[in-house]
Ligand binder design. Structure first.
Ligand code: GTP
Ligand code: MG
Ligand code: NA
Length: 405
């Protein structure tokens, strides 16, 4: 618990649950938006952070995808949360990603509230959901336990006010405080490259205040904030604790989940990074040495066939999700070798690399420009573009199969 003299801050509430159980729709109802209706394939494929003015004051919501591919995003969502809302559809009850979401919330030690959604449906069975929860040792209050369970409908809005009330009560119990005048720290929620604007990073301010002109250090990357917008797209000059902001000013997209610090000036930022680079090189040298020793003992590892890939995605989060799945697809016989992965559209360089290394270029939610397409055509390289993650994965399966035949 923080020192009692610090001011209160808004709760950060992460919404998690199985695919299509209504997480985004619930947020749409609360925020009076229509995000869910516009999503490709009807599924959420990114993490979104939104500041909402509710009848109970400001609440920051983090929407996460329910599709099984996005485990890392869910885990990270739970880690930045003060409260986790587990959304469970009343007509479907507990499903694999519901259990996964519960596990993430428990691992992150954040208080959980269960929202049983879609109670407007005739086949809704909220009692069954409660019984199923009890089997996981999560006992609803009305059964004598301490789990808050709120029946809601994202369609009719029934129960949503109660949910907001429970969020507010839980936040009060947690006594969330932060110092807007203290040293800034935050976390990268998501980052992407916009063709016009450049690198856009969503930063959650956790402590202190972020201002346009500040220098930020993330990993081995730094940037000076050129512009900042709030989660509704409005331009702002500064942002205090519990505020998600989109920041323009990094030259490279920072990795999601990374901590963000500020530096007094460019010189201080560079010095901090130089230290980090040198620490990393030392660690790498030690690893190489260990591997050499191991190879001397065991000899080189046997031949396997390799599928060479170049990956391009719209955001760091989706890139990681794809890489996570690819790692699981590797077998003893076929190795998936990602030669290059990056955020943003494929470049001419990617095409040249693909043609020398006989690689396939897979794009997720980004497309090649006309110029790059032309180069690809002349080199006989196919650039495959997908808007839905499992269609990209199906393509990888085909490539693996083709390689084995
Ligand atoms: P992912 O992010 O892909 O995991 O899905 P989600 O959990 O965000 O669900 P989403 O909001 O996309 O809703 C899935 C479907 O359920 C959509 O067709 C919604 O219209 C529908 N839906 C969501 N909430 C309700 C509800 O309360 N009642 C009814 N009848 N349908 C709902
Ligand atoms: Mg969604
Ligand atoms: Na959905």
């Amino acid at each position: 618990p923080s020192a009692p003299e610090l001011p209160h801050r808004a709760p950060v509430v992460t919404i998690m649950g199985h695919v299509d159980h209504g997480k985004t729709s619930l947020l749409d109802y609360i925020r009076k938006t229509k995000v869910a209706a516009k999503e490709a394939g009807g599924i959420t494929q990114h993490v979104g952070a939104f500041e909402a003015r509710t009848s109970k004051g400001k609440v920051v919501f983090i929407d996460t995808p329910g599709h099984e591919a996005f485990t890392t995003i869910r885990a990270r969502g739970a880690n930045v949360a003060d409260i986790a809302i587990i959304v469970i559809a009343a007509d479907d009850s507990l499903m694999p990603q519901t259990r996964e979401a519960i596990a993430h919330a428990q691992a992150a030690k954040v208080p959980m509230i269960v929202a049983i959604n879609k109670i407007d449906l005739p086949q809704a069975d909220p009692e069954r959901v409660k019984t199923d929860l009890t089997q996981l040792n999560l006992v609803p209050e009305e059964y004598g336990g301490d789990l808050i369970v709120v029946p809601v409908s994202a369609r009719t809005g029934e129960g949503v006010e109660d949910l907001l009330e429970y969020i507010s009560l839980t936040a009060e119990l947690e006594d969330l405080r932060a110092d807007p005048k203290g040293e800034f720290s935050g976390v990268i929620i998501e980052s992407r490259v916009d063709r016009q604007a450049g690198v856009l990073a969503t930063v959650m301010v956790q402590e202190g205040t972020l201002r346009v002109g500040d220098f930020l250090v993330v990993g081995e990357n730094y940037g000076k904030i050129k512009a900042m917008t709030d989660s509704n797209g409005g331009r702002i000059k500064e942002a205090g604790p519990s505020t998600p902001v989109q920041v323009l000013g990094f030259s490279e997209a920072p990795a999601s989940g990374e901590k963000v610090f500020s530096a007094k000036n460019e010189h201080a930022a560079r010095e901090l990074i130089a230290q980090r680079v040198s620490d990393r090189r030392d660690a790498e040298a030690a690893r190489t040495q260990r591997r050499r020793t191991l190879e001397e003992m065991m000899g080189p590892i046997g031949e396997t066939r390799t599928v060479n890939l170049i990956l391009r995605a719209d955001t760091q989060g989706s890139l990681e999700a794809i890489q996570g799945i690819l790692a699981k697809k590797e077998t003893e016989d076929v190795k998936l070798n990602v030669l290059l992965s990056g955020i943003g559209s494929p470049t001419e360089g990617d095409v040249l690399l693909a043609s020398t290394a006989d690689a396939t270029i897979l794009c997720f939610s980004v497309t090649a420009s006309g110029g790059v397409k032309k180069v690809a055509d002349t080199k006989g390289i196919e650039i495959k573009t997908f808007r839905i993650i499992y269609e990209l994965i199906d393509e990888v399966d085909r490539l693996i199969k083709g390689n084995l035949e």
